[in-house]
Design a protein around this ligand. Sequence first.
Ligand code: MGD
Ligand code: MGD
Ligand code: SF4
Ligand code: MO
Length: 699
Amino acid sequence: MSITAGERAPQIATVADIVPSVCPHDCTSVCALEVERIDARTIGRVRGSKRNDYTAGVICEKVSRYAQRIHHPDRLTRPLRRTGAKGSGAFEPIGWSDALDIVAQAFQDKAKRFGSETVWPYMYAGTMGLVQRDGINRLRHAMRYSRWYSTICVTLADNGWVAGTGAKRGADLREAAEHAELIVIWGGNPVNTQVNVMTHVMAAKKRGAKLVVVDPYRTGTAERADVHLALRPGTDAALACAVMHVLFAEGFADWDYLRRFTDAPEELAAHVADRPPQWAAQITGLSVDEIVSFARMYGKATPSFIRCHHGFSRSRNGAANMHAVSCLPAVTGAWQRRGGGALYGHSALYPLDRTLIEGLDLVDSEIRALDQSRLGPILTGDADALRGGPAVTAMLVQNTNPAMVCPELHKVHAGLAREDLFLCVHEQFMTDTARFADIVLPATMFLEHDDVYIASGHTTLQVARKVVEPPGECRENHFVIGELARRLGAEHDGFGMSAWEIVDQTLVSSGLWDASTNWSRGGQNCELPFERANFLDGFAWPDGKFRFKPDWSRLGGRWREMPVLPDHLDVIDRATPGKPFRLVAAPARTFLNSTFTETPGSLQREKRPTLLIHPDDCAALEIATGDRVELGNERGCIDAHAESRSGQQRGVVVLEGLWPNRYFGAGVGVNALTSAEPGWPNGGAVFHDTAIWVRKAGA
Ligand SMILES: Nc1nc2c(c(=O)[nH]1)N[C@H]1C(S)=C(S)[C@@H](COP(=O)(O)OP(=O)(O)OC[C@H]3O[C@@H](n4cnc5c(=O)[nH]c(N)nc54)[C@H](O)[C@@H]3O)O[C@H]1N2
Ligand SMILES: Nc1nc2c(c(=O)[nH]1)N[C@H]1C(S)=C(S)[C@@H](COP(=O)(O)OP(=O)(O)OC[C@H]3O[C@@H](n4cnc5c(=O)[nH]c(N)nc54)[C@H](O)[C@@H]3O)O[C@H]1N2
Ligand code: SF4
Ligand SMILES: [Mo]
């Protein structure tokens, strides 16, 4: 059958009203929005709202065109049942009640045969709304299904940041915009991924602050920098150590601060004395001059501010790299000045009790937790990935598209195609994952349901209300979870409440404004006073001291192999003669992960999968811009078009964007090449840590 668009409301717009909302996408900006409501089913323009002084009226282009997505003709509007082979895309419509009965029955049958751990609810952050995103965990815990080890995005970065500071919070970028003399954007490309970081950074530049960008290639962000340090991927800790070497050697270390606020400053100083710029130059591929002059710039600035992004943590050694970078402001004492210090994320600011949303009162830690990023090995029967437990034979997927975004895609696809796997996917579009499903359920978009959002880029907790009616028979995630719970006999207060009631009760029991107050006031600011935000009352450890020597054993896993003091942890997928290139699989500007790959505006801008290659490498491979190239390794081979690009080192290649699998001749995208090996010490996906070969197609 063909999947038709939902019935559309009459298009005759009279006077549009402007309704507040919040962007739900997986982006630290969590922008406050104003949505033009044309009628009960139709939106017009989406604009940034000025009610939030971080997002300050600025939003990205892809969300400003949201009408293209919410009113897209390909939206799923009815439940579907598979009629052809798995992955064939052949479905027929089915009623909601029958669809949910089939899912519940399958879960019950599988659990009866193999034990409850055989069911694995699989989710991520397609919406960041806490109720619609995390409600699936309540069902998981109530039914004793396999637990969730979330590793695809923040694990390496979180572990690295918290190892030193003790908490996922930091200094406010808005203060840096006002006071910092130097801002370092480390390992991220906010021009693509966090547009509001750029608003504040450009304001700082305008009043004379300098901008340094540390990134393996010349991104849009790097183009706006005073200094771009184009290091090799996975070598940031080496750069950070050499910077600390210079800071100690040239008198930029603040010894009063170090003695008061850090655990082992003398040991650190002695350690980095053996990590001179010459040593780091060999590892990073930067020149000694570049390293020394950056270190001096950093040391002299009063104050300096580092915005740590996620990008540089997506390597096997990513946690060690994040920790090493987070040591810099502790050496100079930059934290002491307004606008100084560093920020990776503010998530720990929000004092939310998530018991009701996630059913945390039902968690049994004896139940195995499966690693999200190891979906391929898990579904293809890797005993280690299955943690010795039963095969996964039933899944409910919400808010994520693993058939595109997970590493080792060949294994993911082989697993999703297994005849003995029952797969239900709740989605807005017929994604690459939904095509593998036995049952597909049509989901609402954020403007069609209620929820509450925290932000890691700013400090305001925001409630949003439904703005328009959904098309066709789309239902919210919370509805699906509640209906399955009822059929499965799962018990918890949350199943019987509406999403709005859960938001309200969660806020009130957390000591925050109730939902209506939050909504009508445009959000509750949870910021800390400067002294606390900048850890001047101590870092978040019992002794208040920043850890240059983290206790990695707290995190478990391969902690013994972590460096005692910040250092280059040499576990990355190094280039070899057979695989001489290192691939960075970076985010595209107008896609958001797998989302917006369906909207015409985004497709027009991104054009086609393109591999950015250094001009000298192009010459050596006899490749010109526009040529088709093949890139591969032991896991697979994909094709793309070449673009000769300076501003990156030889041996580094970049493919921007998570393109749907159909854009590649092999039928699998860039994650066919990336590895599902967990990063050190305890997991995390390593999307930018891949050695490959590149050749002209047909050569
Ligand atoms: N090569 C490479 N791979 C990567 C990355 C990379 O940089 N390079 N980045 C990684 C990172 S950081 C992440 S976070 C992952 C993210 O990858 P995904 O988890 O796939 O992320 P999204 O595209 O944000 O969301 C996925 C889906 O959620 C659906 N969705 C949105 N809202 C709702 C809702 O309310 N209900 C339901 N049922 N569905 C909804 C959308 O339609 C979309 O298809 O990708 C990872 N993969
Ligand atoms: N337009 C758009 N926006 C997005 C997303 C998207 O896909 N597209 N994804 C969303 C999601 S899920 C997330 S988690 C955030 C992530 O957003 P951020 O935390 O801001 O990080 P990224 O911009 O993903 O970082 C990517 C950059 O990291 C660089 N990088 C890769 N490896 C290294 C390294 O070893 N060292 C250094 N120094 N740099 C390195 C890449 O070259 C690339 O420029 O963005 C969100 N926003
Ligand atoms: S910048 Fe991020 S939060 Fe803001 S509108 Fe775009 S995707 Fe949403
Ligand atoms: Mo992410």
